[in-house]
Structure formats: C-alpha cells, structure tokens
Design a protein around this ligand. Structure first.
Ligand SMILES: Nc1ncnc2c1ncn2[C@@H]1O[C@H](COP(=O)(O)OP(=O)(O)O)[C@@H](O)[C@H]1O
Ligand SMILES: O=C(CO)[C@@H](O)[C@H](O)COP(=O)(O)O
Length: 495
C-alpha cells in the first residue's frame, strides 16, 4: 500500500492506494485552523498539519481496512510557498506564514527592485517574485521580528516540513523550491545572490535544505514515529512536492498539451513543459515540476475562499449553494463581483478588496449572489488562461480537480466560460493521489517503472463528469466576461 498526503490550506487529505493497480482503497481528511489578522496576515501552526496528518492517516487506514504495517512508502504534497523557519532544534521561530498571506506585499515590491526589477528577477530566478512567495515573508520577518529571524537555522516549505517531521531530514526538491524566490528555476538550484539580498545575515550554505532529485527518497520514517504510527521500520518517504506539482502527477499532466485546473482555496492553471519557458507575461510562474520538466502556472487567490464567503453570507450548506447557483441564469442577473476578498495575486493586487456592482432591488437574490461568486472565480481563471497564452492555446480539454470540481454546476460554468471540455479524474484529490503515485515510483526506483506508465495505468478519467461547452452560453459568457473586465479596468486600471 502507498500513502499520499496533501497538506492543503484548509485540510490535510490522506489516500491509501493499492500498489498493484492504483485503486484508492481508503481516504480521509482533517481540517486545519487558519489564523487571519490585519493587513492580510494568514498563518498556520505546524502542529495543525501534523495533528491532521495523524488523524487523517488513522481514519484512511480504517476506511481501507488495512493495518499501518501494510504501508511501503509515503509521498507528501503541500500548499506551496509557506515559510517554515526552524531553529537549531527543529522548532518554528514563527508560525508558518502561508501562500495567501498578503501582509508582505511591500517587502515583495522592495525585493523586486533590489533584484533588478522584473528582468533582474527573470535573469536570476527564471520568474518574477509575487507576493505570496517565500522570499518576502523572510524579508518581513527580518524587519519585524529580528530576534526570531536571527534564530533561523533552516528554511523549509510546508511539505518539506512534513518530510522533516516524518524522517528528521532537512531536504527540498525542485518543484516546491521553485516557489521560494531564491531558487533558479531554469538551473534547478538555490540562487546564492538572490538569497543574500533577501536574508543577508543568514548562512546560505547551512540554512537552505539539501536539494534532492524528485525520484530520490527523503529517507525512512523515524523509528520512534514509525512505532507510534504502527508502521514497519523501513517505510520510505518520497521527495513529495508542491500541491500543484503533485496535482500534475495525480491528473497525468506530465506531458505537454494537457491543462490542469484546481478549484481549491486557490485557483490554479498548470501546464507541462519539457523546457523552462520564457513566459509572455510576468504573472506566469515558471515553476519546476516534481517529477522532471517544468510546470508553468497561474495562481489566483479567490476561488473556494470566495464562494465560501458568499455561501456563508446567504446561510447555505454546500448542496444548497450549488442548487442556488444552478437556479440563477448565466450573468447572475447583471451582478458583477470582483472577488478579491483575500487580496489577489493574478492580477497583482495583494491589497485589493472585493466589490460588487450592478445590484438592483430586483436582482439581489441569494441565487444571483451565489452565481456571481462562482462566475467571478471562474472569470479570474479565464483571465489567467489568457495570460498563459500560447502555453495553453493547444488545449482542448481541462482536467479539473480540487474541492470545487465536485460541483456539476461549477464544472458546466468552467466549460462555458473557458469554452473548453472539462473532465475530472476519478480521484479528485489529485495532489494526494500524486503523492501516492510518486511514492510508488520512488519505491521502484531501481526498476524501469516509468512515471508516465504509472500515470497512464493509474490516472483514470471519470467519464460521468465530462462536460462540454454549450455554444449559446459560451457566446453570452463572452459578453458577461467583458463586463467583469470592465469592472477590473474601472476599479484598478487593468486593461
Ligand atoms: N460539492 C462541492 N461543491 C462546491 N464546492 C465544494 C464542494 N465540495 C467542496 N467544495 C469546496 O472546496 C473547498 C476545499 O477545496 P480543497 O481543494 O480541498 O482546498 P485546499 O486544498 O485549498 O485545502 C471547500 O472549502 C469547499 O468550499
Ligand atoms: O500558491 C499557490 C500556487 O502558487 C497555491 O496553489 C497554494 O499551493 C495553495 O493551494 P490550495 O490550498 O488552494 O490547494
């Protein structure tokens, strides 16, 4: 049995996968608390992740009806970019500052200048720093919490931290590392000159974790933890990766021509590239993939976070919300929402707030508000797809994952707004599944088992979810999307 774990923003999910055929035999999830504060602060205690890991693992094994001793390997996926700064003893010097924390926006601006502007960033890193990447979080800690900053002995990302907790090893791999802002995504190495600008007092050679190849194991689960979890003494932990990289594996998006969209707390659009890309737009993140190759990606911050805000406002549960969305017509009766409740990364508006326009006493119904939330989150993804330009222009089908992909009405809205066929893999917890696939690949690393063969054999599409764009609705969404873009231009001057 192979275990895949995804430490997302809202929860940790665990899947138990049968290594002979890739079937999910058990799964479970446990929620995380998010600490939010003024100026866009969003932080999480690492204990939220380890406790959720234990609870979800235990329940997933019970769901599968297998004992922990059946596990051969574990692969961990995690929300990208979070700063996990540890002291000598492996204890965080500050709660993990997450990908959707926008408190450090002005530090990000200053770092871009100091790295030589957008071109300087591209030359050094292969991408342009965005608020949310790890770099500005470190610069923020340096200025606002100098004592904590001085105690930093190791800088990890969320999935690196879980790997450290599991094995005691402080390592990183290229996929997740490429979202730090001190990693050269083309050369797949840490970038000394960038790091010394971001954190001049920290020792580049000791603070950054050792880089391993994506197929290399991090190590074995620590004996004491293995005993506690009931694991045998030789369970290996694969390199893991950022959730979008592991989601690419879990959707079989490991060759050019495929597009994965995730409707999670964030919205992401990712494509595979065999070579590092020179993006047509600075918003495209030229990340590395966690199996080889690259994963150019667009990330928006207000997807299920936005729909949840509106859903709670109108007091509906998820099923009631989906029914309300389905009841309203495309265009939400003329209501346009700019859903920037958490600020936004693409377009780069870290301190933006949400706003609504076009409301009248006739159209302001719960149904239209719910529909406007789903449409606006989807318009953000259409905007992102346009920025990806030629990288995604060949796509004819979207592989849709994340919590929102479970909603048939949202799948139809994605198909109609993007004018592309949509299908979900049988396993919508794609990042956790990607972890299990990578674990199996790593466990077999002395054999010839290729990842593409594993993905071909194991990633099955759920034909019941196949959703085609409806030409008449596609045409009306062109006009409705224009209304969204006009609101963006009016409020933020974005053409
Ligand atoms: N059937 C559904 N319809 C619409 N939204 C859903 C559905 N199921 C889950 N969600 C949304 O998905 C969110 C969780 O998505 P997920 O991809 O697990 O997030 P993350 O990985 O960021 O923690 C929930 O907050 C919920 O809003
Ligand atoms: O910041 C990014 C990608 O660059 C996000 O996609 C995070 O990786 C969080 O993912 P979810 O919790 O929404 O899955």
């Amino acid at each position: 049995m192979y275990i895949g774990v995804d430490c997302g923003t809202q929860s940790t999910k665990v899947v138990v996968v049968d290594g002979s055929d890739g079937r999910i035999v058990g799964e479970a999830s446990r929620p995380h608390k998010l600490e939010q504060g003024d100026h866009g602060r969003r932080e999480q205690r690492v204990e939220e992740w380890t406790e959720a890991f234990r609870g979800a693992l235990d329940e997933a094994l019970r769901d599968a009806g297998v004992g922990a001793e059946a596990i051969r390997a574990i692969g961990v996926s995690g929300q990208q970019h979070g700063m996990v700064a540890l002291d000598e003893d492996g204890v965080p010097v500050h709660p993990a500052k997450l990908w959707n924390d926008t408190e450090t926006a002005e530090w990000n601006e200053r770092l871009i200048d100091r790295l030589g502007g957008e071109q300087g960033c591209i030359d050094k890193l292969g991408l342009v720093l965005q608020t949310g990447y790890t770099a500005s979080k470190i610069a923020w800690l340096r200025e606002t919490h100098p004592q904590a900053y001085r105690r930093i002995a190791t800088l990890l990302l969320p999935h690196d931290y879980l790997n450290f907790w599991l094995t005691g090893e402080r390592v990183a791999e290229p996929g997740d590392a490429s979202g730090t802002g001190y990693f050269d995504t083309r050369a797949r190495t840490w970038r000394r000159d960038a790091f010394e600008i971001i954190a001049p007092e920290l020792d580049f050679d000791s603070v950054l974790p050792r880089l391993i190849d994506s197929r290399e194991a991090v190590g074995k689960v620590r004996p004491a933890l293995a005993r506690e979890l009931g694991l045998s003494d030789d369970v290996i932990v694969s390199s893991g990766g950022g959730d979008n990289m592991m989601g690419a594996i879990g959707t079989g998006n490991i060759e050019p021509g495929r597009v994965t969209i995730s409707l999670g707390t964030s919205g992401t659009i990712a494509v595979h590239a065999g070579e590092p890309v020179v993006p047509e737009d600075a918003m495209v993140a030229n990340f590395c993939a966690s199996h080889g190759g690259w994963l150019p990606l667009i990330c928006t911050m207000n997807v299920t976070s936005a729909t949840t805000t509106l859903r709670e406002l109108v007091g509906l549960d998820i099923d009631g919300f989906n029914r309300a969305v389905a009841k309203a017509e495309p265009g939400a009766g003329g209501i346009t929402l700019l859903p920037f409740f958490s600020g936004e990364r693409v377009p780069a508006l870290p301190q933006a707030q949400a706003s609504m326009s076009g409301m009248t006493s006739f159209n302001t119904t719960p149904e239209n508000l719910c529909r406007a939330a789903v449409e606006s989150a989807t318009f953000g993804l259409r905007y992102g797809l346009e920025l990806l330009g030629s990288l995604a222009s060949e796509a004819t089908q979207i592989r849709l994952v994340g919590g929102g992909a479970k909603s048939p009405v949202w799948r139809q809205i994605v198909a109609d707004v993007l004018d592309l066929e949509v299908v979900c893999p049988e396993v919508t917890e794609a990042a956790a599944f990607g972890g299990a696939i990578q674990a199996r690949w790593c466990d077999d690393r002395d054999s010839e088992v290729a990842l593409d063969k594993l993905c071909r054999d194991w990633v099955r599409l759920d034909e019941d979810t196949l959703t085609r764009p409806r030409p008449e609705v596609v045409a009306s969404y062109d006009g409705i999307y224009r209304r969204y873009r006009e609101a963006l231009s009016r409020e933020y001057g974005i053409a």
